[in-house]
Design a binder for this molecule. Structure first.
Ligand SMILES: NC(=O)c1ccc[n+]([C@@H]2O[C@H](COP(=O)([O-])OP(=O)(O)OC[C@H]3O[C@@H](n4cnc5c(N)ncnc54)[C@H](O)[C@@H]3O)[C@@H](O)[C@H]2O)c1
Length: 263
């Protein structure tokens, strides 16, 4: 890909402070877009802003809070005047915790926490951004996962939440055509700080804390390595491009090193 695929476009990326969202934000700016970076970690956002300068604005807060999302969309329109692409990317992980190893009250609180971040945040974003995306003939891109297609990519909570993200891609693609395209990217195991759930006491456990986890991902992946966040960024650029992806809606680009091919 050459530079400038997203020239003059404006985007919002949630979960932009680290990992895949950060790589997408940096790449969008490199491709000519201006981006509002949304994350609950203000420190990470300030760092990102210091790197990207005035082509990036930041919107700190919890993406499952309707006020935070509404403010992020309003801020985008005030600062940059339009909104072409929204990337719903926030996500947390259940660290493969089995349902039978949780107490009933843990299931309730963990399910609420993971669905709030992995699904409710995207619903709120879709709702808040709809009019602006429609006006711009824009698109929504959601971060799915290999766990949106098969078991074993997480525990039941994570897998159910990521199947739901895939459902959201198909349903909104159907509801919003022909005005707004809706697509997804499904990464496989990637070296990021993907973290766990407060309800399960794993909120401070990050995927890239543990070299053995990264090595196990590489060993399980047909291409033989755990991806870097930037390995997925081109897929988001393609889907956000109004010309290159003009005919794409309801599509999910799988970027998983071949995991999905395994039985
Ligand atoms: N890392 C992987 O192996 C992998 C594989 C497939 C899919 N994914 C998906 O990629 C997406 C990005 O995750 P990542 O791996 O880059 O993790 P990450 O933790 O490196 O980045 C996620 C960012 O989201 C932020 N965040 C989390 N919950 C939030 C909330 N409620 N409100 C606002 N910000 C919040 C975090 O602060 C963090 O900066 C997630 O949807 C995840 O499920 C990751």
């Amino acid at each position: 890909m050459t530079d400038g695929w997203l020239k003059d476009q404006v985007a919002i990326v949630t979960g932009a402070g680290a990992g895949i969202g950060r790589a997408v934000t940096e790449r969008f700016v490199h491709e000519g877009a201006r981006v509002v970076a949304q994350d609950r970690d203000a420190h990470r956002l300030n760092e990102l802003k210091a790197t990207l300068g005035d082509r990036c604005a930041i919107a700190p807060g919890d993406a499952s809070d309707p006020e935070v999302i509404r403010r992020s969309v309003d801020m985008t329109l005030n600062e940059f005047g339009r909104l072409d692409t929204v990337v719903g990317n926030v996500g947390v992980f259940d660290w493969h915790k089995r349902v039978v190893r949780m107490k009933a009250d843990e299931i309730r609180s963990a399910a609420q926490e993971i669905f709030s971040t992995n699904i409710t945040s995207h619903l709120l974003l879709a709702n808040a951004a709809y009019e602006a995306l429609k006006a711009a003939g824009g698109s929504l891109v959601l971060t799915c996962s290999v766990a949106s297609f098969r078991g074993g990519g997480g525990g039941a909570l994570y897998t159910a939440s990521k199947f739901a993200v895939r459902g959201l891609v198909y349903q909104l693609a159907h509801e919003w055509a022909p005005d707004i395209r809706v697509n997804g990217v499904a990464p496989g195991g990637t070296k990021t700080s993907l973290s766990g759930l407060s309800a399960l006491g794993t909120q401070d456990r990050a995927l890239d804390d543990d070299d053995a986890v990264i090595a196990a991902i590489g060993a399980a992946t047909p291409l033989g390595f755990a991806a870097e966040p930037k390995d997925h960024a081109s897929a988001y650029v393609l889907l956000a491009s109004k010309s290159a992806a003009r005919a794409m809606t309801g599509s999910i680009i799988v970027s998983d090193g071949g995991l999905i091919c395994k039985v």
